[in-house]
Write a protein that binds this ligand. Structure first.
Ligand SMILES: Cc1cc2nc3c(=O)[nH]c(=O)nc-3n(C[C@H](O)[C@H](O)[C@H](O)COP(=O)(O)OP(=O)(O)OC[C@H]3O[C@@H](n4cnc5c(N)ncnc54)[C@H](O)[C@@H]3O)c2cc1C
Ligand code: FES
Length: 278
């Protein structure tokens, strides 16, 4: 059981929760995730640890409501309520070292998991250039946190309502074209964004890491549900990742696998969802 200590809405369908989780807060590191199950009927939802407070014994998650389980969490759980299962920390922590300059890129909800990694990279002595993007101004999250941890911050929106109009790859390409030679580019966000970031950095031979959000079941390497093709190998995102060399990831395969259960989901929604009739 994990009690919700605070809940706030960033934008419609995007909410931040602080959870009472002293054991996880004590152990977790940047880049790791948890799996939650809200109640006995709930699916298992993998969520990145967006922040943690070791002294306070809390972790922070930021959740985008995309389907049945995330909407159920957003609509039915508030401050004081308890989440039935909280499993973690899971996955390998981010590799932190002094790359001299690191470009940290977050798209949409992906900005939340970028933040603790950027903070650790900064502590390790890196110059941090951050690029955060979203469809519009209302969907930009963690701007102040990212500004505080970055030496330079670029904001892009698809409609230009804040920052510059365009995609996160626009400032990235300009930095690389101008001769900037980061030791690391980190990208977390929609798969299409991570794929496009990897395409740009490949042209310039810049080491790039993407944090993958494959569909997961157990989260402990037992079921194979989260498998991805990385170079010539098959990897399990839950235990081998979630971060991988973005130049080796088969993003097309990842996108296809994310759509795998669409029919089942539609069936579930057709009877109101959140039941066990299937
Ligand atoms: C390691 C990891 C970390 C993650 N961190 C976060 C996070 O910090 N915040 C957050 O909001 N989400 C995160 N996700 C994604 C989140 O787990 C899914 O959005 C969630 O499980 C969807 O559950 P649902 O029942 O609400 O939606 P479903 O009904 O299962 O799916 C609704 C729609 O979302 C798509 N979808 C399902 N799972 C994923 C997925 N893993 N990635 C992308 N699209 C998906 C489906 O294809 C479908 O179109 C993470 C996923 C992984 C694997
Ligand atoms: S989620 Fe089952 S092996 Fe990764």
């Amino acid at each position: 059981m994990a009690k919700i200590l605070s809940k706030r809405e960033f934008s419609p369908g995007v909410k931040e929760y602080t959870l009472d989780a002293p054991l996880i807060a004590k152990k977790c590191q940047a880049g790791q995730f948890v799996i939650i199950r809200t109640d006995t009927h709930g699916e298992r939802i993998p969520l990145t640890i967006a922040d943690f407070d070791r002294d306070g014994g809390t972790i922070t998650i930021v959740v985008q409501e995309v389907g049945n389980s995330t909407k159920h969490l957003g609509e039915s759980f508030g401050v004081g309520d308890e989440i039935l299962d909280l499993l973690g920390p899971l996955g390998r922590p981010s590799h932190i070292e002094n790359f001299r300059t690191a470009i940290c890129i977050g798209g949409g909800i992906g900005v939340a998991p970028v933040y603790p990694i950027a903070r650790e990279l900064k502590k390790a002595g890196n110059k941090i250039i951050s690029i955060i993007g979203a469809r519009n101004k209302d969907l930009i999250i963690f701007e102040e946190k990212m500004r505080a941890t970055s030496d330079e911050l670029f904001i892009t929106t698809d409609d230009g309502s804040i920052g510059r109009k365009g995609f996160v790859t626009d400032p990235l390409r300009e930095i690389l074209r101008a001769g900037g030679k980061p030791g690391l580019v980190l990208a977390i966000g929609p798969v299409v964004m991570m794929r496009n970031v990897a395409a740009v950095t490949k042209e310039y031979g810049v080491y790039t890491v993407a944090s993958l959000n494959s569909i997961m079941v157990d989260g402990t390497g037992m079921c194979g549900g989260c498998r991805v093709a990385v170079g010539d190998e098959t990897k399990f995102v839950c235990v081998d990742g979630p971060e991988f060399d973005a130049h080796l990831v088969d993003f097309t395969n990842l996108m296809q696998r994310q759509q795998m259960y669409k029919e089942q989901e539609a069936l579930e929604y057709s009877c109101g969802g959140h039941c066990q009739c299937l």
